[in-house]
Design a protein around this ligand. Sequence first.
Ligand SMILES: Nc1nc2c(c(=O)[nH]1)N[C@H]1C(S)=C(S)[C@@H](COP(=O)(O)OP(=O)(O)OC[C@H]3O[C@@H](n4cnc5c(=O)[nH]c(N)nc54)[C@H](O)[C@@H]3O)O[C@H]1N2
Ligand SMILES: Nc1nc2c(c(=O)[nH]1)N[C@H]1C(S)=C(S)[C@@H](COP(=O)(O)OP(=O)(O)OC[C@H]3O[C@@H](n4cnc5c(=O)[nH]c(N)nc54)[C@H](O)[C@@H]3O)O[C@H]1N2
Ligand code: SF4
Ligand SMILES: [Mo]
Length: 904
Amino acid sequence: MNLSAIPLAVRTTCPYCGVGCGVQATPLPDGSIAIAGDASHGANAGRLCVKGSALGETLGLDGRLLHPQLREGGALRRASWDEALDKVAGGWRDIIAEHGPDAVALYVSGQLLTEDYYIANKLMKGYIGSANIDTNSRLCMSSAVAGHKRAFGADLVPGCYEDLELADMVVLVGSNTAWCHPILFQRIVRAKEARPQMKLVVIDPRRTATCESADLHLPVKLGTDVWLFNGLLCYLAQHGVVDAGFVAAHTNGFDEALAAAHVDCADPLAVARACRVDPRDVLDFYAMFAATAKVVTAFSQGVNQSSAGTDKVNSIINCHLATGRIGRPGMGPFSLTGQPNAMGGREVGGLANMLAAHMELDRAVHRDTVQTFWDSPRIADRPGLKAVELFQAIEDGRIKAVWIIATNPLVSMPDANQVQRALEKCQLVVVSDIVEKTDTNAYADVLLPALGWGEKDGTVTNSERRIARQRGFLAAPGEARADWLALCQVARRMGFAGFDFAGVHEVFDEHARLSGYRNDAQGSPRVFNIAALAGMDRRRYDQLEPLQWPLRADPAGAVEGTPRLFGDGRYAHADGRARCVATAPRAPAHLPDADYPLALNTGRVRDQWHTMTRTGKSARLADHVPEAFVDMHPQDALLCGVREGELARVSTQWGAMVARVQHGGGIARGAVFVPIHWSGQTASDARVGALVNPAVDPVSGEPEFKHTPVRVEQFRVSWHGFILSRSELNLDSVAHWTRIQGRDFARYELAGRNAIADYGAWARQLLALVDGEADWLEYEDRSAGVYRAAHLVDGRIEQCLFLSPRPDLPSRAWLAGLFGRAGLGDADRVGLLLGQPVEKGADTGPTVCSCFGVGRNTICEAIRAQGLRSAAEVTACLKAGGNCGSCVPEIKKLLLDTRVEETA
Ligand SMILES: Nc1nc2c(c(=O)[nH]1)N[C@H]1C(S)=C(S)[C@@H](COP(=O)(O)OP(=O)(O)OC[C@H]3O[C@@H](n4cnc5c(=O)[nH]c(N)nc54)[C@H](O)[C@@H]3O)O[C@H]1N2
Ligand SMILES: Nc1nc2c(c(=O)[nH]1)N[C@H]1C(S)=C(S)[C@@H](COP(=O)(O)OP(=O)(O)OC[C@H]3O[C@@H](n4cnc5c(=O)[nH]c(N)nc54)[C@H](O)[C@@H]3O)O[C@H]1N2
Ligand code: SF4
Ligand SMILES: [Mo]
């Protein structure tokens, strides 16, 4: 047998969310990569969600940045690495010489590997001597970090995933776990199925997919969480549930926190009024929490991304400290981290106000420890600028050079037009990315091609402190290089010693050693300690199994992890006690008024990752939500003069965009929800970051992404349309367009203001059709304003275009099916002209199950025709929901809706 013919699976870690699932990637002989869950990985035990399952479809080299580029005379041109690195190092040296170290900045990302992050931080804080390095984790986890530090004395997540299964009650606050941490959510749902007495409470202004499995949903008004949790603290005190022994032995500040909560929140009815929820639901929640010892309260961006984010975090932690429900199995507050390496970034001190290895920038003894260990010429001695301030400093000229790595701030920052202005003015903008065209790259003076997932090597740490390897299984494409290497090469060119590493394992080794360096000498040992992994050679590093820090080596040298912290009641404050923090509820920074009467909430959808540079490549992931939408209550829509399915202009004091109006997202009156994923690459005008106000939390500096006063009004157009095309098109002449990837084509949704005199000529021009003899099918009803055209090549469909004055256009799912055919039959041609399939059942509807490509119509028809009663029956019948399970909440909703329709 030829052993070399057997494909070898590489065990690695998913590059998306903070669940940190283990992945088995198997390069196949045809060049494709088979992706499967790693059954031996503690986070996911073999399961993957839809984004993880589709990883193999995102690895193609189309659109990749493969060579360094330099801006010259306005345009970018290809350059050698030497030239590019010289330009960066020389530029930085000159700017620092003239304006000092604070005139340069790094803006990095929780999607870097720990080793990349370690080097970036070392360069900036130890060698350049400035702390002007911040990261997109500022936009994500910084309120949790600040809350942890206030409560525990260090940024420590007490529990682990298993606690969510062991709990008798799980409270999800500001977290759409079903869509954003799907595998963790499935673990909760499975635990609940096994123990139906386990309760799930969801606290979210929207009725999200996560709510489909909840026993209780509290649709609190945006921004009112401190009211709710302060009210809970009062209730616990009023009902004798406070664990006085624990509070006395292990905490400080309880009385002050309770007194502060009492001011506004002693009466659950007042709390219910402030949160705009049914008082009975508030009381139910409080009673359930009071009666259940094993409670986990898990939270995410609905908590963190707020001008009161840090107080929200502490108001939650207070309730766990008051009841002593922390540090034991099945209980505790739990921050769900967003990015794959949000936690690793915190370990290396990637934020502007931190030092490496969980040490503090404002403690002289820590600065000395780090500088001595690094043997570095300098050490930053005061905090650098946090993300929002950092881009303001670029705009006003205090910062003259910025190097952006693995993040797309022109899309993801609040007041994103300000970021655009800042980068336009900045003397030297360096961007390291894996794709060539992003909104941010458009402002780069130097573009550096990075290795992407599957190519790069290193470690990441997930939400439960589990360090795991990402392993490369693909060759470096073009001239792409690892981010840590590019950083070291610039550092060396700037004349700094301390950046010579034979490989990424040596970077990890240094990081591990630093965590143990002088680690008990300063009175309170630092909890973050992974020194047990120091000294690994390349082979041992490659074999590293997932481990939860802090780590210990047993006498035989075996390394053991720690699933839970604080079991001994000791915290990281100098006195070993945790802090209850007094918090007072306050309103968001900017309130709706007559001009901007609604509140804009922003967040994620199930099948896309952030600015879509990777998930956007997968056709399987494209269909679930094909374009930007503004979800709103039907009555608000009526008042704004907009209708479901039509386009609306959504604007705030900071910026504007266009999105399709949608109901059904379970939104209360007064608020709207817009997804974050669209950029200038995927739509003419759908970058929601431009609308978001730049207010930040005073402690953490995290932006208020979930609350901006907004106005929604009609976006007037004279026609709607769409194109499916095998070739890429330029649609800049159209008032509104959005692009999404199909299996063998690109799909463009369009809307226009222009009057079209000659449909045929106009369509051919839009489709860039030059061949006058092309096989062209056309239907025109001028009086109705309806037009349909298709371009065929050798009997196969090449492009099609549909126009109507209203958005009631033919089914894209049916047409997408035609692109998969070798040739079109007569019935298909007739269908194209009719604008609907001739065959029954050919229109499967928008995709619900992305894994098996099962559409909404197919599911609803099966529910009706076969009387299906449960998601399990739908799966048995259609496979839908049977792979990753991400769509099960939606199938449950369809079951409900279809039955409601029947009885109506
Ligand atoms: N599919 C997908 N998954 C992802 C990502 C992705 O891009 N796509 N990104 C990852 C990253 S980096 C992150 S940070 C996480 C984010 O994960 P989540 O935080 O779960 O996601 P979001 O959609 O940003 O926001 C969560 C919810 O907060 C609610 N919310 C808004 N305001 C409030 C409030 O005042 N109080 C409460 N209680 N709730 C509120 C919103 O309605 C929303 O449903 O997801 C990770 N996972
Ligand atoms: N309105 C609104 N805005 C938000 C949020 C919100 O809820 N609402 N959430 C915020 C949050 S929590 C987050 S985490 C951010 C995320 O926002 P971003 O970090 O800006 O989003 P990404 O699309 O993940 O950007 C990652 C970039 O790095 C590139 N990349 C991928 N891998 C690598 C690599 O290995 N090396 C390098 N050099 N580049 C790589 C990708 O192509 C992409 O361009 O968005 C924030 N912005
Ligand atoms: S839940 Fe999905 S996106 Fe998150 S790590 Fe697991 S497979 Fe990746
Ligand atoms: Mo995030």
